[in-house]
Design a protein around this ligand. Structure first.
Ligand code: GFB
Length: 313
């Protein structure tokens, strides 16, 4: 990939896509092809095919997906499986048909079996049953991984698949029904502070463990792997370190600076008990994350406050 390459970034307005866009712009890539959802519906095969035939991108970052937190995954299983299957199938196939030189696909750490040994190694894929709250999304992502591998085997198409851990950062979704835990807690503690509420209610038991990676680190890894990784095997992208949701609450409460009580809503699911990635494959290539969790939470909280009226709408 050189600075003048024609690069199509699918999903450039989402959390991941907007971070990859910032990174590409900062690195001086000047020939970016971007389409909003209003300009092109990626679930529509005809629209995707004519876009690729017309624009002929050389490189593709596939960061478009239907995503959400544990409740959204559990509530909209049909939309999560259908939209993700359509988007990735259309984009991967059209990329191959139109001579794309390399495509980067993004999966998720939820593709691993619910009760797999920890930390999660890439080879644990398809070794056991999935976490039920997100199996629909996970099945779609596994199909994307397998499609990328199949196109490499049969057609020699250079597609790689990254498995990011739970991501967060500026531009995240702060809607309390559909968001992931980290932005939800930022909003809940901030709103409690504004209302001087005595307590914040958090879903689950607080015992589930999660790993969090700042989305700018993910974008950095995506460019790094676009340059350096050309293999069929999936590759984990994370920090390799996790904490409990109770510990995350403590960290966010500290950043928001509002020492209220926390009550647990055990009627809400914890989801998978633990999913921390083994990142030795990526470390061996020479990549490491740069943004510590506390600094990342502070930066995301500042972003949230700055965009509060828009993000909270
Ligand atoms: O972030 P989250 O929805 O992702 O939830 P998952 C992580 C943990 O935080 C769960 C707890 O144990 C939740 O019960 N939690 C506590 C909350 N309070 C809240 C809250 O207000 N909102 C949310 N959302 N959670 C998703 C998958 O699972 O992670 C996706 O469903 C995807 O498929 C994504 O893999 C990265 O890690 O549980």
């Amino acid at each position: 990939m050189n600075k003048g390459s024609r690069i199509y970034l699918a999903g450039h307005m989402g959390l991941v896509g907007s971070a990859i866009l910032r990174k590409l712009v900062a690195e001086g890539y000047g020939n970016l092809i971007l389409r909003s959802i209003d300009e092109m519906d990626l679930t529509n095969q005809g629209e995707v095919e004519s876009f690729f035939a017309r624009e002929k991108p050389e490189y593709v970052f596939l960061a478009a997906a239907r995503v959400g937190g544990i409740r959204a995954n559990n509530s909209y299983p049909a939309e999560f499986i259908q939209q993700n299957l359509m988007i990735q199938s259309n984009v991967i196939h059209a990329s191959y048909q139109n001579g794309v030189k390399k495509l980067l696909f993004l999966g998720s750490s939820c593709i691993y079996p619910k009760l797999a040994p920890q930390p999660l190694k890439e080879e644990y894929l398809l070794g056991g049953g999935l976490e039920p709250t997100n199996e629909w999304y996970a099945i779609a992502k596994i199909a994307g991984i397998k499609m990328a591998q199949a196109y490499r085997r049969q057609y020699g198409f250079n597609a790689i698949s990254l498995m990011p851990t739970n991501l967060y950062g500026p531009g995240d979704n702060f809607d309390l029904d559909t968001s992931h835990v980290l932005p939800a807690l930022i909003r809940k503690f901030h709103e409690a502070k504004m209302a001087r509420a005595p307590k914040v209610t958090v879903w689950g038991t607080g015992k589930a463990r999660r790993e969090f990676l700042h989305v700018d680190d993910l974008a950095d890894a995506a460019l790094f792997l676009m340059e350096k990784y050309d293999r069929e095997e999936i590759i984990n992208v994370g920090t390799g370190e996790d904490l409990t949701i109770a510990e995350l609450c403590g960290a966010i409460r500290q950043v928001v600076d509002y020492p209220c009580e926390i009550s647990w809503d055990a009627g809400m699911p914890d989801g998978t008990p633990r999913k921390v990635l083994d990142v030795s494959r990526l470390s061996a290539l020479g990549w490491a994350p740069k943004i510590p969790l506390m600094a990342g939470i502070e930066q995301t909280y500042n972003w949230y406050r700055k965009h509060y009226s828009q993000a909270a709408a």
